[in-house]
Design a protein around this ligand. Sequence first.
Ligand SMILES: [Zn+2]
Length: 331
Amino acid sequence: MDNITNPHTGHFIGVDLGGTKIDSILVDQNNVPLDNVEMLTCPEEGKDAVIERIIASINKLAAGLPRGVDDVRAIGIGSPGPLNKEKGTVVDAPNLRWKDVPVTSVVRAATGLPVYLENDANVAALAENRMGAGRGTKNMVYVTVSTGIGSGLMLDGRLYSGTTGAAGELGHVTVVPDGPMCGCGNRGCLESLASGTAIARRAKEVASRAAGAGILAAAEGKIEKIDAVLVSCCAEAGDPMAIAILRNAFEYLGIAVANIVNLLNVEMVVIGGGVSNIGDVLFDTVRRAVDLRAFPFMAKDAKIVPAALGVDAGMLGAACYAMERWSEDYA
Ligand SMILES: [Zn+2]
């Protein structure tokens, strides 16, 4: 079997397209990372400049292989969504200032390689499932909590992306009917109550009151300096208001995770993203909510664990996605 038809030879490139950085990785046929490249996205320079940097990253990685791009089988791109996977377009990504951008066809034309586009949280879920915290599980949900909240669903060992590829918008499930306004236009979405942005907003609201004096002092009196990391530091130092804000936010996260457990009977929920670094207060609060709210026979089987791959999950997952899709299409 030659290199063209044998899925067990050749290399794959994964691209994690973010609003700040483009992280790309070259892996071999066993998913072993060989090299990676980081570039700034600079979305203000326009979509063509960003796509050029994606192509430059791919070419730089391929240049290290004996036959260059001919030794690469396929490229995976993890992008903020929503996406149109049929057309290979990024439909709307405010962080990139992109609307209906045909990234797949442009990269395919420039490289001559198959290009597979998938949502960034979905490819991170795939990475955590295949090589991270969820290795060996068949039914697993990955939840990422940072400035926003996203999730990816691994069901029966496969990435589940829904009818049009948009499944997993856990950040926009309603947890409070008349809760805060969300960026999506709905009220009381999980993201509006439990994201890093929501934690910072709540802390800013209370900072001018007596109970928030500790948080304001930690921000040196500057309300605009308050963010989720500062709230977490205050909580660690024992500030009761900071602890209450985090517990409240993670209670809502726990409600959403309990709903996942009851709906999908998963064996594991992996929680990643910057806010998950807050650690015990998040995992303890979520665990308690699941034990309280989900059916006991499903709650007991559902492990709730921190993600293992950190910020690398996106590019590793994009490469892994390219490999699995390529194997389905060409092997
Ligand atoms: Zn929303």
